[in-house]
Design a protein around this ligand. Structure first.
Ligand SMILES: Nc1nc2c(ncn2[C@@H]2O[C@H](COP(=O)(O)OP(=O)(O)OP(=O)(O)O)[C@@H](O)[C@H]2O)c(=O)[nH]1
Ligand SMILES: [Mg+2]
Length: 232
C-alpha cells in the first residue's frame, strides 16, 4: 500500500496526536496535515508529530483566510506531488475512524472514488442530536434532487481517490468551502466520469473540540447545488 491521507485541522489539538497514531498503524500510510494557523496550537503539535514520525507525517501551514475547501485542495495537491497511489481525505475529530481506511482502499480496486458513507444501511451515526440527523438527511435529498448525484452520502468528508482520478480533477476550479466543497468535488468527479462507490462507515460525533459549522457554511450549501446544476 502506498497511501497518503490528507487531514485538514482547525483547533484539533486534543484529537490530532491520537488520530495520527491510529492512521500510522496501517503500513504504507503517510499523513499530510493542513493546519489553518489554529489558535489552540494544533500547528505546533503537527510539527512535533512530523519530527516524531519522519517521512510519514508532513505539515502544510496556511495563513490568511481559513477554509476547509482551500485546505483540502492544498493537501490533495501536495499528495499528488508524492508517489501515493491512493489519496484519502478525512476529518481530524475521530468521526472518521481510521479502522475503515483498509475498507475504502479495498473498494478503490474497482472504483476511482470511494466514499465512507453514513447512509448506506439506514443511518449509521452515533451521538448526533435529532436535528442534526434531520438536517443531514434533508441536505442529501436536496443535493440529489438538484444535482442528480446518485449517492447516499453526498457530504461525507471521508473519501479515497485513486491517484489517476484525482489528478484529472480540476482542483483549482473548486470554489466552495464548507460542506458544499465536498458536494462540488463529488459533482466534478461524476462529470469527469469517475466510478464512484460507497462503503459503510459508522460515523461518531466528535467527543472533544468544537464544531466549525457556521451559518455562512449552511447558506453556501443551499446555493451550491443550484450553481452546479445550472453550470452542468
Ligand atoms: N484547515 C482547516 N480545517 C478545517 C476548517 N474548518 C474545519 N476544519 C477541519 O475539517 C474537519 C471537519 O470539521 P468539523 O468541525 O469536524 O465539522 P463537522 O464534522 O461538520 O462538525 P462537528 O459535528 O462539530 O464535528 C475537521 O478536521 C476540522 O478541524 C478550516 O477552516 N481550516
Ligand atoms: Mg466533525
Amino acid at each position: 500500500m502506498n497511501a497518503a491521507v490528507v487531514i485538514a485541522t482547525y483547533n484539533e489539538r486534543e484529537n490530532l496526536d491520537g488520530l495520527v497514531s491510529a492512521v500510522l498503524q496501517h503500513a504504507g500510510f503517510r499523513i499530510i496535515i493542513v493546519d489553518d494557523d489554529s489558535p489552540d496550537g494544533t500547528g505546533a503539535l503537527a510539527d512535533e508529530l512530523a519530527t516524531r514520525f519522519p517521512g510519514r507525517v508532513s505539515v502544510i501551514h496556511r495563513t490568511g483566510a481559513r477554509g476547509l475547501g482551500r485546505s483540502l485542495v492544498a493537501g490533495l495537491q501536495r499528495a499528488l506531488e508524492s508517489d501515493a497511489d491512493l489519496i484519502f481525505q478525512m476529518d481530524a475529530d475521530f468521526s472518521h475512524d481510521p479502522k475503515y481506511l483498509p475498507d475504502l482502499a479495498g473498494a478503490a480496486a474497482e472504483a476511482d472514488l470511494v466514499l465512507g458513507s453514513r447512509y448506506l444501511h439506514g443511518v449509521s451515526v452515533v451521538n448526533w442530536p435529532l436535528h442534526r440527523i434531520v438536517l443531514s438527511s434533508f441536505a442529501n435529498r436536496y443535493i440529489r434532487a438538484v444535482t442528480g448525484i446518485e449517492v447516499r452520502d453526498c457530504t461525507t468528508g471521508f473519501r479515497c481517490w485513486r491517484r489517476e482520478a484525482l489528478a484529472r480533477l480540476p482542483l483549482e476550479g473548486l470554489i466552495a468551502d464548507g460542506y458544499a466543497f465536498l458536494v462540488e468535488q463529488l459533482h466534478l468527479a461524476r462529470r469527469i466520469g469517475c466510478r464512484i462507490r460507497e462503503v459503510p462507515i459508522i460515523f461518531v460525533e466528535r467527543r472533544v473540540g468544537s464544531s466549525k459549522i457556521s451559518s455562512s457554511v449552511l447558506l453556501e450549501s443551499a446555493i451550491v447545488p443550484w450553481r452546479l446544476r445550472l453550470k452542468g
